[in-house]
Design a protein around this ligand. Structure first.
Ligand code: ADP
Ligand code: ZN
Ligand code: ZN
Length: 732
């Protein structure tokens, strides 16, 4: 009797599985089980993607599976099929796609069982202790005690990276007899306690929540609500419904959204176990959380984009918050768009999916227009607070003190004098974007990129924000030896300096990647912003997104012009979203907010449209422009990128690829390039790209399906690194 053969997906650049003989008596192979196989000269962990395979390999040459690693599938068939579908959609090797979706320990072949880790829980004394009595002498312990009381227990997985010495704090609480360590299967389960009461939803909210409760099976609801309109309250109401029916909810948030505040809010409202998937998890906890989701122990799973592939025992609803956010797109390796994958997955599962945003992506608005998504608007703030008022500050011909106009400074002073809190936004970190020689015009440039060095005053160094290389600041100009080197332009570091000179009495907090590098610093600074200790907040988009800053009465946007001239066709959309999102921080509580935008382009139609008629009007116009230009969502794009240490290799490779594309003769697919990337050299490598564009998606997909597996066989393939980006979010 011939042996039953199996097809195995292994990691690596392979578009097909590999056939092996199944040797084991007794255990029947099933799709989704992991195996160890000899592959070339090494062994690797692979996954069974097909059984009962009729192989074309001669029996004498067919290798046997070395080991079965599971007695039941780690990936249930529907999820496996979804991942394989996603791999086909993005033309990404299926073995690598599966690896992306599995926790590291499963990729390494460890058993699919949780290991034990240490968690701390309260003792009776700890339950009765008021954290405030600890607060004066031991703030960290007090806050840990409060979190323990809120969450039931704490362990490594409850502390996203950079939250200070929590272990030491818990140790101290243990010494005081307030907490005790226990060992249990590793996963950072948060025991929601459901003590916070739900607000009575307004009519718009109630309609939206009903649409999500799952009665109609699959539907996509675009929850288009201004900042503070109560979108989170809608999710929570729908989630309560779904949980009450014994089902699970998957919540996907942008990176920056995974702040403890969001998780606390969920835990306070829901009396169900939650797991949070974040980058600070240990491998053991990641596996534990994954298993808790798969086996149904977790009611709510909150995570960033990769959570879209989390297994679910009883899926009931998927929520994607801030659906316009660029961090939902994976920018390396398996380049999926988590929002789109969430919709696709919900459709396969026949469950509803909510996409929430105050500034919906043009793609989603277009899907509303085409009748694919339901549009639910929340046009007003839930608390009755007014929307902020916008004002353009025309700075043409005005004197600026390092980017700051007298008018903006004046307005800032007024708000501060009236007890308000002011947020100034500048999306450029460092001291100055350019260091140049006043004598001869020499500019400090990165040796490895087509880019300037940013000058950082702290540590007096030059830093390239593209390749991370750094250098010292020369004492004199390398070209003419003049000592007159000047920092030109303004970044957050310099703005902080100017502001502390102008407003020396005002407590200021700066939030950007440099100021929050130290562990726990981001949380500390955000807390000072939130509790009002700092009156003046200055930051990049780290500060602008998602946080609830109730005391902010004024938002100043220092430089809107940067975004007006981006080379990417999405630059206007991104700028509009950023302005509205930053503005949304203002006037969220009882005081109305004001937004001042400094610009040299006060008549620019984008700015005019946005501040006079709002985001929906802007978006309608922007969509019409996209339609005229034949750009997404009115066409489908794929970008083939290549880079190499030599200048010719990327273009040579892409020229071969363009020939392949042409030979495929897919009607309606246009091939643009090869052309240099917008930044032609980065980190010492030359970069080029080939753009494939098609009005209809199908011909492009057919072309890519045929062409992609052939790319690695091209003459120049071995001289370059290449990647394919389907539905690219950035043209870089
Ligand atoms: P969003 O997620 O849209 O920014 P939130 O859900 O955070 O909005 O709501 C903003 C504020 O309004 C929160 O303080 C929330 O508690 C409050 N809120 C939400 N819905 C209601 C409601 N129906 N009635 C009163 N307050 C509400
Ligand atoms: Zn010089
Ligand atoms: Zn560089």
């Amino acid at each position: 009797m011939p042996q039953p053969n199996v097809r195995i997906a292994v990691p690596g650049p392979f578009y097909e599985g590999f056939d092996y003989a199944w040797p084991h008596d007794g255990l029947a192979p099933r799709r989704g089980m992991r195996v160890r196989v000899g592959f070339g000269r090494r062994e690797c962990v692979g996954l069974i993607v097909a059984t009962d395979v009729e192989t074309s390999i001669a029996e004498s040459r067919l290798r046997e599976v070395s080991d079965a690693l599971d007695i039941s599938p780690v990936l249930a068939e529907p999820l496996l099929d979804f991942i394989l579908w996603a791999a086909r959609y993005y033309h990404y090797p299926p073995g690598d796609a599966i690896y992306t979706a599995l926790p590291r320990w499963l990729r390494e072949g460890r058993p699919a069982e949780p290991s034990n880790e240490t968690y701390w829980q309260l003792t009776d004394a700890g339950r009765d202790m008021d954290p405030d009595t600890l607060a004066r002498r031991a703030r960290r312990q007090a806050s840990l005690l409060a979190r323990l009381q809120a969450r039931g227990e704490l362990g490594a997985g409850h502390f996203p990276e950079g939250q200070g010495d929590w272990r030491g704090g818990l140790q101290r609480l243990t010494e005081r007899g307030l907490a005790e360590p226990i060992s249990r299967p590793a996963y950072a389960l948060i025991r929601g306690h459901g003590t916070a009461s739900a607000p009575a939803l307004n009519a718009d909210q109630a309609t939206a929540a009903r649409a999500l409760s799952g009665e109609q099976g699959f539907q996509t609801v675009l929850l288009d609500g201004v900042t503070g309109s109560g979108k989170t309250a809608v999710y929570l109401a729908a989630i309560e419904d779904i949980l009450a029916r014994g089902l699970q909810v998957l919540v996907i948030v942008p990176e920056i959204g995974l702040t403890p505040q969001l998780v606390d809010r969920f835990a306070e409202r829901l009396d169900h176990p939650l797991v949070v998937l974040h980058s600070g998890l240990s491998d053991g906890e990641r596996l534990g959380a994954w298993l808790a989701a798969r086996d149904g122990e977790a009611g709510v799973i909150i995570g960033t984009r990769s959570a879209v592939f989390t297994p679910l025992a009883r899926p009931g609803l998927i929520v994607v918050d801030e659906e316009h956010d660029t961090s939902l797109k994976q920018q390396e390796g398996f380049r999926y768009q988590a929002r789109d994958m969430a919709v696709a997955r919900a459709s396969r599962l026949a469950i509803p999916v909510a996409l929430g945003s105050a500034t919906p992506s043009l793609e989603s608005l277009d899907n509303v227009r085409r009748g694919r998504y339901h549009h639910r608007r929340l046009p007003a703030r839930a608390t009755g607070a007014a929307m902020p008022a916008f004002r353009l500050l025309d700075i043409r011909g005005r004197s600026l003190r390092h980017g700051l106009s007298a008018a903006l400074l004046e307005q800032t002073r007024e708000h501060l004098d009236q007890g308000g809190q002011v947020l100034l936004f500048l999306n450029r970190r460092g001291y100055a974007p350019t260091l140049l020689c006043h004598e001869c015009g020499w500019v400090a440039e990165c040796q490895r990129c087509d880019a300037r060095y940013t000058y950082h005053q702290a540590g007096r160094r030059l830093h390239c924000h593209h390749c991370d290389s750094a250098g010292g600041v020369p004492i004199a100009c390398p070209a003419c030896a003049s000592p007159d080197l000047r920092a030109v332009g303004v970044g957050t570091e310099r703005l902080e300096e100017v502001l502390s000179e102008e407003l020396p009495e005002t407590a200021l907090v700066r939030i950007d990647r440099d100021s929050t590098r130290r562990k726990g610093e981001f949380e500390r600074r955000l807390e000072r912003a939130r509790n009002g200790d700092a009156r003046l907040l200055l930051g990049t988009q780290m500060l602008a997104k998602g946080h609830h800053l109730p005391a902010v009465t004024m938002v100043g946007i220092i430089d809107a012009d940067q975004g007006l001239f981006g080379s990417d066709f999405r630059a206007p959309e991104r700028l509009a979203q950023l302005i509205i999102q930053v503005a949304g921080r203002a006037g969220r509580a009882d005081r109305p907010g004001e937004v001042a935008i400094q610009t040299h382009q006060p008549e620019h139609p984008l700015l005019q449209q946005l501040i006079q008629r709002g985001y929906p009007a802007f978006a309608a116009d922007a969509l019409a422009e996209r339609q005229q230009a034949g750009l997404p969502p009115f066409s489908a794009l794929a970008l083939l990128r290549a880079e190499a240490v030599t200048e010719e290799a990327p273009e040579a490779f892409l020229a071969e690829a363009a020939e392949l594309a042409g030979a495929a003769r897919e009607v309606g697919v246009h091939c643009l390039g090869p052309m240099p990337a917008p930044m032609p050299r980065r980190a010492g490598r030359y970069r080029a790209q080939l753009l494939l564009q098609s009005t209809e998606r199908q011909p492009l997909q057919r072309l890519l399906a045929r062409m992609t597996p052939m790319l690695k066989g091209l003459d120049h393939a071995r001289r370059v690194r290449w990647s394919l980006d389907v539905d690219p979010a950035e043209m870089l």
